[in-house]
Design a protein around this ligand. Sequence first.
Ligand code: NAP
Length: 261
Amino acid sequence: MSDKIFEGQHAVVTGGSRGIGAAIAETLARHGAMVTIMGRSIATLDTRAREMSAASGGQVAGCAVDLGDPASIDHAFDNLSGDFPAPSILVNNAGLALSAPFSRTDLDFWNKILGVDLTGAFLCIRKVLPAMTKAGHGRIVNISSTAGLKGYPYVSAYCAAKHGLIGLTRSLALETAHKGVTVNSVCPGYTDTDIVRDTIANIVNKTGRSAEDALAELVKHNPQSRLIQPAEIAEAVVWLCRPESASVTGQSIAVAGGEVM
Ligand code: NAP
């Protein structure tokens, strides 16, 4: 099987500037895709795009967007690089993982998380789906979470958004089943990125426990007793995007060491 399986295809990866999104973007580029990475800082994106192009030998471009702002999403997708064709792969990866007890989850907090994690993904799909269905080919991968498959305390807004993303995945997969477009979710467990580093700092601040204790508290959810690596999530995404995965749609695949099954 050719290593450059996505040659000629354009993949958009939201939140591609770091963490899981950066791993996904670089892996897609290594497999031949032209990749647009999205995030809020164009300076960061341009630097990361240059680094990824060099590391992968592919073409990676940055595109600034605030996924909490519908007008910004319109503007970003209407101004994608003219060197790339219409996207045939969309990875809705960007996400905010803020925590708060329900008693302190006010409407602003709720809307902020739902706006980026769920409505942002919905709006990005709206921008790329017409061209995918017209071409008769497309891959949409929504990065949900184990928090889309089960509950955790103190993250009700995040859990609601991630469960919602799975509902969107399932419904849209049925609508696009005859159009050559697959729609799936990947659900990471605790993964070694800034989100987990911030969560550990938060636990240390709020409880006075050590960072080692806080990390142990997080990895105890994973039967393999470890953090997931971003590259492991990237490989699951790449597999879903392969031509051979055309029958896999509407699925929510946990990459979480057996935490949910
Ligand atoms: P991360 O390191 O915090 O990166 C988040 C990415 O999202 C960054 O590229 C960030 O870019 C972008 N982003 C955040 N808000 C944005 C906004 N309003 N507009 C545009 N881009 C925005 O996160 P991660 O750990 O890699 O997580 C990636 C995805 O996996 C998220 O959806 C997360 O919920 C999910 N996930 C993560 C874990 C985990 O343990 N790490 C577990 C399960 C699921 P800028 O800040 O530059 O804008």
